[in-house]
Design a protein around this ligand. Structure first.
Ligand code: ADP
Ligand code: MG
Length: 339
């Protein structure tokens, strides 16, 4: 049972990015307004995510890391109107199978005391210790993938690249999440930690971008604010009668600058309803538009595609990073025209 659980867990947590994504999304789901992510040795030694969210209630200590435990979904109909990132109850259980995993947590009424919870490889609670703890939750992942030696070796070999990808993902969360302060820290194995980047709890994505990429980058951007109306030409899907047929594209994009010289970093971030995700076809389409105007560099793009939840499918892969847009081709044509 244990090795089957490890293999299944390895499909939920595929790399360093999955770990950080799951833990940060849990913090956001817990209504955190401040999230600190700490890496030791680029995450090889440990990854820690601390938040000031609701904390875990004592009645859930036994269950939180068991497979399929979730406190987030009360009935199956909720799936279509899901407001939280999580609902599968697989992340913590998978992390238990793939690392030494522990949590310290306190709800408002308990702070400044809380509990440290240790779990075994099957996600069963193995000890509960009284500790000093501010309101919120800190999840600690040590020795990621040590239970899967081939995966550990691979991670070790590619750690610099993996860590770079993780920072890119954290930039994306830090830019899209308004009113949440992000702090990212790194330390070498026995060294002191240094701040990699941080944001304030800004109430706009503009200010977030200025915190992450600098005021100079911000000044080279213009707002991206498109409404694509599919009412007339988007074929209705059978299950889709509640759809408004409208799609909003909100964000920021490089002002077209003609000629030489790089004004903005080469960064393209896409979101669907605020969830970071890769949308390579859409990236390609936007780059083509900029190229067709003879703009010398590919633009900085920060674009959130806001649409009805039944216009896409986040559930195609357990790690939820792949998003299938229905009617992507029509969307792309509309987007090109609008740009
Ligand atoms: P899911 O997010 O799909 O519910 P997880 O395995 O990620 O599943 O988490 C299991 C449960 O643990 C959550 O439903 C929640 O009750 C609790 N939990 C995890 N992380 C946090 C956190 N940072 N703050 C509060 N509760 C948390
Ligand atoms: Mg989760």
């Amino acid at each position: 049972a244990r090795s089957v659980h490890q293999i299944q867990s390895g499909q939920v947590i595929v790399d360093l990015c999955s770990v950080v994504k799951e833990l940060v999304e849990n913090s956001l789901d817990a209504s955190a307004t401040s999230i600190e992510i700490r890496f030791k040795n680029h995450g090889l030694d440990s990854i820690e995510v601390q938040d000031n969210g609701t904390g875990i209630s004592a009645e859930n200590y036994e269950n939180v890391a068991l497979k399929h435990f979730t406190s987030k979904l009360s009935n199956y109909d909720d799936l279509s109107s899901l407001q939280t990132f999580g609902f599968r109850g697989e992340a913590l259980s998978s992390l238990c199978a793939l690392s030494k995993f522990s949590v310290t947590t306190a709800q408002a009424q308990e702070a400044p005391k809380g509990k440290r919870l240790d779990f075994d490889g099957m996600g069963r609670l193995s000890s509960t210790t009284l500790v000093a703890c501010q309101r919120g939750t800190t999840a600690t992942v040590e020795g990621l993938f040590e239970s899967l030696p081939v995966r550990r070796k691979e991670l070790t070999k590619n750690i610099k690249r993996e860590y770079g990808k993780v920072l890119g993902l954290l930039h994306a969360y830090a830019c899209i999440c308004v009113n949440v302060k992000f702090t990212v820290k790194h330390a070498v194995t026995k060294g002191k930690s240094t701040i990699v980047f941080s944001t304030k709890a800004n109430d706009s994505t503009r200010e977030n971008i200025a915190n992450v990429y600098g005021a100079k980058t911000l000044s080279a951007l213009m707002p991206l604010d498109l409404t694509l109306d599919f009412e007339s030409n988007m074929p209705r899907m059978a299950h889709n009668d509640t759809s408004s047929g409208k799609l909003l594209v909100k964000g920021h994009i490089s002002k077209p600058v003609f000629g030489e010289g790089r004004q903005t970093p080469d960064r393209q971030m896409f979101f669907v309803n605020g969830r970071p995700c890769g949308l390579p076809q859409i990236a390609k389409a936007i780059n083509e538009v900029y190229k067709s105007f003879n703009v010398s560099q590919s633009p900085f793009i920060f674009a959130d595609f806001q649409m009805d939840t039944n216009a896409y499918d986040v559930n195609v892969s357990p790690d939820k990073r792949t998003i299938l847009l229905h009617d992507a081709a029509i969307l792309i044509e509309n987007l090109k025209t609008a740009l």
